[in-house]
Design a binder for this molecule. Structure first.
Ligand code: NAD
Length: 328
């Protein structure tokens, strides 16, 4: 019998790509999503596949989640509400908090393994040059809403270990560092790349938060999915946290110029620097540098991202151009 994997957030960006890859690796996949941010469009090519099922379920509804997870071997828990950059910290805390509790209750009932999606944001204001999985996690003050996302993910991480220790539920945690590629959201929900590409392709103003000197490391979707699959397929792996990202560090300002070059635009980008103080709730803190140490994933999972930022951006720009054309 095939292994049955439930992906919460299965109609979202990462979840839909993971579903594609699992189906081609001969798994049975159930995509659970309330479609608040995910789209049927992302999974419609799989709807005719007998090994695939979509269930429109809110992870806060434990009875429905139970029905869907019955017989599952593994739950990959991706459903989440992200950084409340412009507000809605309540949704972030409740979806991630209540949803996380339900996922672990259900995993306990059916004895499923869980792979939990966490985030690089949990390293918070750590000043380490390379974040290691066992390093300190330094949060900012509670009145800054952005930290509610990291705190909600940390709550889920602690829940994972608590369930593992109390009930022997095998859990592994991935801390994702800025993933991009086709099917990501074209707003800030999808990170800075989609917003910059859209602005550059349509010759509009590119908004950069603060001075643009903050740096990030971006991972292409197929490399991230390879990392998640190696965790799923590794026997007896439990209780581990893995950074999944790349070491190719770039400043936000250089990212804009790189996208400009790769998109073939002849015009210089019109850059508008936006101070954090102009955000609607006037309370925002950013992270200056966020670079993962991926040695552990390399050693234990043979994780080795293959796609350079240039190559990944070229593919993504191509996809985004197609979307913009369709919308015209
Ligand atoms: N994309 C990244 O760079 C990144 C970075 C760090 C962490 N992550 C984490 O990875 C996971 C997937 O992120 P993504 O980029 O694919 O985001 P996404 O928004 O595309 O996917 C999340 C999915 O969860 C669904 N969802 C939200 N609330 C739900 C609910 N209450 N019930 C059922 N479904 C619900 C949404 O509809 C969406 O389809 C998230 O947990 C996110 O926090 C992503």
């Amino acid at each position: 019998m095939k292994n049955k994997i439930v992906i919460t957030g299965g109609a979202g960006f990462i979840g839909s790509h993971l579903g594609d890859a699992l189906l081609s690796n001969r798994y049975e996949v159930v995509a659970v999503d309330n479609l608040s941010m995910g789209k049927i469009e992302n999974i419609k090519h799989n709807l005719v596949n007998p090994d695939f099922r979509f269930e429109k379920v809110d992870i806060r509804d434990i009875e429905s989640l139970k029905k869907v997870c019955k017989d599952a071997n593994i739950i990959v828990h991706l459903a989440a509400y992200k950084i409340p950059r412009y507000g809605n910290a309540v949704e972030t805390l409740l979806v991630n908090g209540e949803g996380g509790v339900n996922v672990f209750k259900v995993a306990k009932e059916f004895n499923c393994k869980v792979v939990l999606a966490s985030t690089s944001d949990v390293y918070g204001k750590s000043e380490e040059s390379f974040f290691q999985e066992d390093g300190n996690l330094i949060m900012g003050p509670s009145y800054i809403p952005r930290w509610s996302y990291a705190v909600s993910k940390l709550f889920e991480e602690h829940l994972a270990y608590a369930y593992q220790d109390a009930y022997n539920i095998p859990v592994n945690i991935i801390r994702i560092f800025e993933c991009y590629g086709p099917r990501y959201h074209l707003s800030w929900w999808g990170g800075p790349i989609p917003v910059f590409i859209s602005a550059i392709l349509s010759n509009k103003e590119v908004e950069i938060h603060n001075d643009g000197k903050q740096t990030r490391c971006f991972i292409y979707i197929s490399d991230l999915v390879d990392g998640i699959i190696s965790i799923i397929e590794k026997d007896k792996l439990s209780g581990e946290i893995f950074n999944l990202g790349t070491k190719e560090e770039i400043s936000i300002l250089d990212l804009v110029y790189l996208i400009k070059d790769l998109s073939g635009s002849v015009d210089m980008p019109k850059i508008k620097f936006v101070p954090y103080s102009s955000f609607s709730n006037k309370k925002y803190e950013d992270i200056k540098k966020r670079t993962p140490d991926i040695t552990k994933a390399g050693n234990l999972l043979k994780f080795a991202p293959k796609m350079s930022l240039r190559e990944g951006l070229l593919k993504t720009i191509d996809w985004q151009r197609g979307i913009i054309k369709k919308e015209e």
